[in-house]
Ligand binder design. Sequence first.
Ligand code: AMP
Ligand code: FE
Ligand code: FE
Ligand code: ZN
Length: 286
Amino acid sequence: MPAFETVRVDPHTHSSASDGTESPAELMRAAAAARLDVVGLTDHDTVRGWAEAEAAVPATGVALLRGAEVSCQWRGVTVHLLSYLHDPADAALTAEMERARGSREDRARTMVERIAEDYPITWESVQAQRSDDATVGRPHIADALVAAGVMPDRDTAFETVLSARGPYYVPYHAPDAVEAVTLVRAAGGVPVMAHPRAGLRGRVVPDSVIARMAEAGLAALEIDHRDHTVGAMEELAALADRLGLARTGSSDYHGQGKPNRLGENLTGAAVLELIEEQGALPVVRP
Ligand code: AMP
Ligand code: FE
Ligand code: FE
Ligand code: ZN
């Protein structure tokens, strides 16, 4: 995305309501410091950070795009679906996200049990890395490994102990990606597929699945993302055109836990407008 975009929109970030390291208010301040006009808060499987982020809109002068990153899967391949401006009281979508959160909890406990046989961590030491009720993920386990002094940083932990291809990895329950698109639309949300070709993290879904997600109501593909190669971005741009999908770009900022910097990729103002037109809620403006 061009760095000269006049309205600076970074629509995909995480706070301590999931696996980001900053509270929602701190994230809003960081967004102001990065000269963003609009920031999207998209914690994994939860909207728990929305209220605190909303409260920080007037003081920071940064508009808030309320969202969530819904954990899904297709035949066991992890898919992340961004949901924007959905009704947070929608029972079906909330139930699916809560189910994934619960399964993430069981899965994290099992992974920690397995890892604890070889590394000095405990469930308690992982809890210490996570704020109350945050959606738990491998980043919290990574932080416990770093705190124990056995890993230098999150990245190294992900490349080794936490690898999806490694012996400690455990999958968790998540809804089917095509069904999740339908669920997000039914909740008044605008579904955008996050980092569709982030191949370094594990397997990715074939284009045919993205086509089925498009038929179910997908609005856009997140194309400008640091986990995509230039080739992947070119292919995704062609696919988006073919399927009539808009394109977004984002930092997928997680605070201090990852190198991603706020505003490193941006989304066009016209796409933000499209999201707001289709969503059940407005963007919260200063
Ligand atoms: P999980 O959701 O528990 O499977 O963990 C995946 C999450 O970890 C994703 O949300 C990523 O943002 C994050 N993640 C993936 N790779 C890394 C990495 N190398 N360093 C830090 N965080 C990562
Ligand atoms: Fe994450
Ligand atoms: Fe993601
Ligand atoms: Zn994310």
